[in-house]
Design a protein around this ligand. Sequence first.
Ligand SMILES: [Zn+2]
Length: 295
Amino acid sequence: MFRNNRYGHLFAVVALCLLVFFFSKLLPTSSPLPAAEEKETPDIYGEENPGDHSGGGDPGEENIPEQMPGAHAGQPEQSSAVTNEGSGGVEENKTPNETPQQDDDSLIKLLGFLQSPIPGARITSRDSQLPGAPRTYRNGTHEGLDYYDGACGVPIQYGNPVYAAGEGTICRIDHHYTELAEQERSDILQVSSELDDTPTDILDQLRGQQVWIQHRGNVKTIYAHLSSVAEDLQEGDPVKAGDFIGNIGNSGTSDGMKGTTANAHLHFEIWIGENYLGNGLPAEKTRKLLQELLE
Ligand SMILES: [Zn+2]
């Protein structure tokens, strides 16, 4: 009996110790739980809200929902950590989509000195005349903005003057331009067709008679399809915004090749380093940028 009692005591003591141990393990875990749940809630909202926004809005944000689950899958159990890092991830995912906005601002700052090469002209409402539009006839992309009669609020006629869009230095002016012969033109278009692309030298021929101006900030403007260029200007000459540089024409186009004045227009490009303005942007965004800069 005594022995039994003794074992009974021992058993009771061991059981008590185990109970105390389990309680001690349970108590600290249960007390932070409400806090953890509180923290989980914003995480759930944090996850759903951007999804909702991206789902219902800009098609350019389609990548976000795909990136989101990946970011969370990497931290499945750390609810409080996910709350912070998860929302950090959301911020990171948003950033690329907001970058164009920031880029817009910095672009406008960088290019703010430019003005329209044709006074009073508005930006075309036709996407096909904006930079970034496809050019199927040469398997390439339009890298400039077109000013056509009837599309920009002022008359655009063969021979109308074109002016420097900003202060800079003439870095190219085609004083001795000869129009492409019909065979030459069809040959280079054939090359574009075979390559499924427009090589730089061919693109240059298709721009016709040109003036290029180098501006500050590694910005360059190109004026193409001209019918003539300012006789008194040479490469290296400084120009101010509004200086006369040439006349509207259709050189380099099929109409120019035929010797007519049909479809005369100014093709105007803005380059920042190796990138033309509008490269990779949706047409509406490009139009807005150009309107802000040039109207
Ligand atoms: Zn053009």
